[in-house]
Ligand binder design. Structure first.
Ligand SMILES: O=c1ccn([C@@H]2O[C@H](COP(=O)(O)OP(=O)(O)O)[C@@H](O)[C@H]2O)c(=O)[nH]1
Ligand SMILES: O=C(O)[C@@H](COP(=O)(O)O)O[C@H]1O[C@H](CO)[C@@H](O)[C@H](O)[C@H]1O
Length: 317
């Protein structure tokens, strides 16, 4: 970690500081679920689940549940995940009495609803660099320190182009160009999280059930801001997992992601009373293809309420 994070950052450590055998001792009767949101990840989901099952269930019992949320995949994602030993739920079949929403945030919210662990670890299913230390590093602070409620990964994020050329630090394009500037402008307390959009993080269920989940790709940004509000920076930690490589999306896909994250930030500024809108921001984005074609896309995000509020309503009902 750089010096600056000692002053501004959340409590920071590295995965190596949380050895697996010590965590199994510390675990006691605390249960741990790993939830993987997966849309068309047949090529990678099986290997990730295999490593979790082999190293964190069979060799040392740190993980109690491996859940893959099949997010309307059109490939063999569900089958590969099951073959590797995960329980698989279809996103739209969880809480199916509710009208379905879409995107990664919906997949994560449904994964939280369908899982059971006291601690929930979210891991993307498109990782090429996954290792068991991703999970042990994230759950370490939660198993050892009752004052910690949320742990976010940080890592070096290279970008690998279609030509196979690796650019060190070139990954996390929306993180660097959109998310981190927004955070530094409006939520500087969070500036110490080096990878605010990273898909690997863990938290106590009782905390995750008390915050809303923004749909689409707004989920990570929304959770960071809402959890800062709910639990405070002292209860939020960061663990360096080393290096993260994953399947990169196109620039136009990241443009839509950026729009979703900006609208998420806007919603939080409004909710916190820090902006008063004379008019609503648009939620469309005009994109231009290489063929000169213009395409008006929708970058609106929605929001699922805190799960705890749903349970209360249903109890009342
Ligand atoms: O509607 C969606 C979009 C994404 N994902 C999953 O969320 C993770 C991160 O998404 P993606 O790789 O598309 O984002 P990126 O890492 O490129 O920003 C991956 O496991 C995706 O399969 C999902 O479950 N549902
Ligand atoms: O960090 C980012 O800028 C984006 C894109 O990463 P790359 O530029 O493709 O390495 O990736 C993240 O953003 C998404 C939105 O928050 C998360 O859902 C993904 O898990 C994460 O990989």
């Amino acid at each position: 970690m750089t010096k600056v994070q000692e002053w501004y950052g959340p409590h920071s450590s590295t995965a190596a500081e949380w050895p697996l055998d010590a965590l199994v001792m510390a675990k006691g009767d605390t249960t741990v679920s790993v939830v993987l949101p997966a849309r068309d990840e047949q090529d990678t989901v099986g290997d990730i689940v295999t490593v979790i099952r082999r190293d964190l269930v069979e060799r040392l019992p740190l993980v109690d549940e491996i859940l893959v949320v099949d997010s309307n995949s059109t490939d063999a994602t569900a089958e590969r995940a099951r073959q590797a030993g995960a329980r698989v739920v279809a996103q739209n079949q969880v809480l199916s009495h509710l009208p379905p929403l879409s995107g990664k945030g919906e997949a994560l919210w449904k994964g939280l609803a369908a899982s059971h662990g006291d601690i929930v670890v979210f891991v993307d299913a498109d990782l090429h660099s996954f290792g068991a230390h991703y999970v042990s590093g994230l759950v370490g602070p939660l198993l050892v320190d009752p004052r910690t409620h949320f742990v976010k990964a940080t890592y070096e994020r290279p970008y690998t182009g279609a030509d196979g050329v690796v650019q060190p630090g070139g990954g996390g394009r929306v993180t660097e160009l959109v998310a981190r500037p927004l955070i530094n402008l409006f939520w500087p307390e969070l500036a110490g999280f080096a990878q605010p959009l990273g898909g690997e993080y863990a938290a106590r269920r009782e905390v995750l059930e008390r915050v809303p989940f923004v749909t689409e790709y707004g989920v990570e940004f929304g959770l960071l801001v809402d959890l800062l509000d709910l639990v405070g920076l002292d209860a939020m930690a960061q663990v360096d997992l080393g290096r993260r490589t994953h399947t990169h999306q196109s620039m136009s896909a990241l443009g839509r992601m950026a729009g979703q994250i900006m609208l998420t930030a806007w919603s939080r500024l409004e909710r916190q009373g820090r902006v008063v809108a004379s008019e609503r921001p648009a939620h469309t984005l005009l994109q231009f293809g290489l063929d000169g074609q213009a395409d008006l896309v929708d970058v609106a995000v929605a929001e699922r309420p805190p799960l705890a509020s749903l349970v209360l309503e249903e109890d009342v009902a």
